[in-house]
Design a protein around this ligand. Structure first.
Ligand code: PRX
Length: 636
């Protein structure tokens, strides 16, 4: 049987698979896992304990190498099939194609270089590269030899890079002289040099030549990528890995403290990313799949590299940004490469929607079959813009809910197979036992319900631990509701069983004894026709315990802000009640965001309580300058 046999083709088939997977989870995943290439078959589908010290093991005893499944087996069948299309930052520069055979050869060459350096199974390798094909090659080369990759987004500062190298104990760093991002260049090697001052575990720094700008150099540690691979063989025997051996560490920020190094393992991650990729996006063999994320995020790992390649698909990677050289770049690329599935984030959609729709309509987007959204709840206005202008009122939008910790998509409609519903991630994938509980952990059994989202049963790609901090893993994900995985999100469920993610449950603010979710208030504010985006947070208040402040971004500067604020307050009062009216509403030109587009509410809270000295490190933000601007607005 091939994985294709597990493609879901209709709503009835979805329901059947879901029912079957609930009743026979081990049988369900065993059959799917057996469609992959194992060096030694697994003898145990699942061992888990989520009650005491949490542990989850899938396909124990099975031996494999994920790169054989992502590359070699497709090379055997169809060596010339396109694996990767790379679109560079400059629209005038030529795009680069890799067939499966070419990608395998490049991976093997680099893997041999790593081996020559003494890197072996279990060693950590930190990758700090721009969105170039060598990033995918480096990732897969690590997996080929069993080294654990930890990719750090190339927009992060030297402090952030150093913290991740130190925590992972990486032996080797792979970087570039610089990165192109729109009309800017980023001096990656300088940043890396700065980081390495406090990282004594790094023995070698491999430097890719990308911008050709002059950089500082140490003959002791630095080596050019092209010298590193020069003359090496394009064959490299894959390291045999246990299903539960670590494949990678990927850092994600917690609500407090240092970043969490989420640990993903080989077998389960491979099985789940491939299965979810095929079923959510419903790609056909000749399709071109484009996810606009960066490989520095889990979306890039799972749905730009491992998921698509495990399925033998063609994945498009883009080096640049949506605004360069103009705000039509995404659509230009869709037209140029005849993209069939386009997967992006609501924050990008909202930014695109601020610009004239001619940017979209000037391009032939008739190749598109599926649109996708990931990373945060997609508000109705953005959903409609996406559906109307990009989807021409007919394309399915898959709203995919998942996390760095879950490894793959857990809740989403399946493109063209199960219905979409604006602002709803909709139904759990087969094998995902989602549930809503109240704050005491009591399951909400009615179909239509609201509560805290939990997952009651393991799925193959759940992160197994936090690197060297299993106590924190237990505390964050398994202590709130023993026996269940707690992702930290609130949700509601409609009468058809569709889930709508309402936002982080830690964003609940108690005002005068009332629990107020900030996300629903934001949704109401965003309905005002003059508002682009908003963020509501709580801050300490003498009488009420907490009060609310709303930061709002407007489409255009308005003369009469006072009137607008009045209207918004009335809207909230009418919809939720007077208690939900923010004490303060301030107009800002932007919100502090992480590189992945998430609003940094912690910073907004500190700003609102004038704790300017407790903002922490803002350098890793997408837009650090906005923090100063908001400060000035609040003071005046
Ligand atoms: O709050 C949810 C939100 O993003 C969180 C996970 O963030 P991260 O680990 O950075 O992974 C992002 C890419 C998978 C979740 O806890 N989130 C993600 N996707 C959605 C979402 N919220 C609503 N709808 C989504 N589709």
């Amino acid at each position: 049987m091939s994985l294709e046999n597990y493609r879901i083709n209709s709503l009835d088939e979805y329901r059947e698979s879901q029912q079957y997977a609930i009743k026979n989870p081990e049988e369900f995943w065993k059959d799917i896992a057996n469609t992959f290439e194992w060096k030694t078959p697994f003898d145990n589908v699942l061992n888990y304990n989520w009650n005491d010290v949490p542990s989850t093991e899938w396909f124990k005893g099975g031996k494999l190498n994920i790169t054989e499944n992502c590359l070699d087996r497709h090379v055997k069948e169809n060596p010339d099939k396109l694996a990767l299309i790379w679109e560079p930052n400059e629209p005038g520069d030529k795009s680069v194609n890799y067939s499966y055979k070419e990608l395998l050869e490049a991976v093997c060459k680099f893997a041999n270089g790593l081996k020559n350096q003494g890197i072996s199974k279990g060693d950590r390798v930190c990758i700090y590269l721009p969105m170039v094909p060598e990033l995918t090659i480096a990732v897969l080369a690590c997996a080929r030899i069993g080294a654990i990759h930890t990719v750090v987004f190339a927009g992060f500062s030297s402090a952030a890079l150093a913290a991740r190298i130190q925590d992972s104990g990486s032996k080797c760093l792979i970087t570039a002289d610089g990165a192109f991002r729109g009309d800017k260049t980023v001096p990656l090697k300088d940043i890396a040099d700065d980081a390495l001052k406090s990282c004594d575990t790094i023995k070698k720094c491999i430097v890719l030549q990308r911008t050709f700008e002059s950089i500082s150099w140490s003959n002791r540690i630095d080596v050019w990528w092209h010298d590193f691979v020069d003359g090496l063989s394009t064959n490299c025997t894959p390291e045999i890995m246990d299903s539960e051996d670590v494949l990678f560490i990927l850092y994600t920020s917690g609500s407090t403290g240092k970043p969490k190094g989420m640990v993903h393992t080989c077998g389960g991650y491979m099985v789940y990313t491939a299965y979810s990729f095929m079923n959510v996006f419903q790609t056909a063999p000749e399709d071109i799949f484009w996810c606009t994320a960066d490989i520095g995020w889990i979306t890039g790992h799972s749905y730009m590299v491992y998921g698509p390649l495990a399925c033998g698909a063609t994945t498009l990677h883009f080096e640049g940004v949506p605004s360069y050289p103009k705000w039509d770049r995404f659509w230009e690329i869709c037209e140029k490469h005849k993209v069939n599935q386009f997967y992006t984030a609501p924050t990008a959609i909202r930014a695109l929607a601020k610009h004239p729709t001619t940017h979209v309509t000037n391009h032939d987007l008739s190749s598109l079959k599926t649109l996708g959204s990931v990373g945060e709840p997609i508000n109705e206005e953005a959903w409609k813009w996406y559906h109307t202008h990009v989807g021409k009122n007919k394309l399915p939008i898959v709203d995919t809910w998942w996390q760095t910790e879950t490894g793959g998509i857990l809740i989403s409609n399946l493109s063209g197979v199960t219905p979409h519903k604006p602002t709803y991630a909709t139904l759990p994938l087969p094998g995902i036992q989602a549930a809503l509980v109240n704050d005491k952990g009591v399951p909400q059994m009615e179909k239509q319900a609201e509560g805290i989202l939990t997952v009651n049963y393991p799925w193959p790609s759940i992160a197994r631990t936090i690197w060297q901090d299993h106590d924190r893993y237990q505390e964050v994900y398994f202590s709130a509701f023993p026996g269940r995985y707690f992702p930290g999100d609130g949700a509601l469920r409609d009468e058809d069983g569709n889930y709508r993610i309402t936002g982080r449950v830690d964003d609940v603010v108690i005002v005068s004894g009332h629990n107020l979710g900030t996300a629903p208030i934001e949704n109401i504010i965003n309905e005002h026709p003059e508002v682009v985006e908003s963020a509501v947070v709580g801050y300490p208040h003498d009488l009420k315990g907490n009060a609310l402040i709303a930061y709002i971004i407007l489409y255009q500067n308005t003369e009469n802000t006072e009137n607008l604020i009045k209207e918004i307050r009335q809207l909230i009062s009418d919809t939720i009640g007077p208690i939900a009216k923010p004490d303060r509403i301030v107009v800002v030109s932007g919100l502090p965001k992480t590189r992945s587009g998430k609003i940094m509410r912690r910073i907004l809270r500190k700003l609102a309580s004038y704790e300017f000295d407790q903002l922490g490190d803002v350098s890793t933000l997408l837009n650090p300058e906005i923090v100063e601007e908001i400060k000035t607005t609040l003071i005046n």
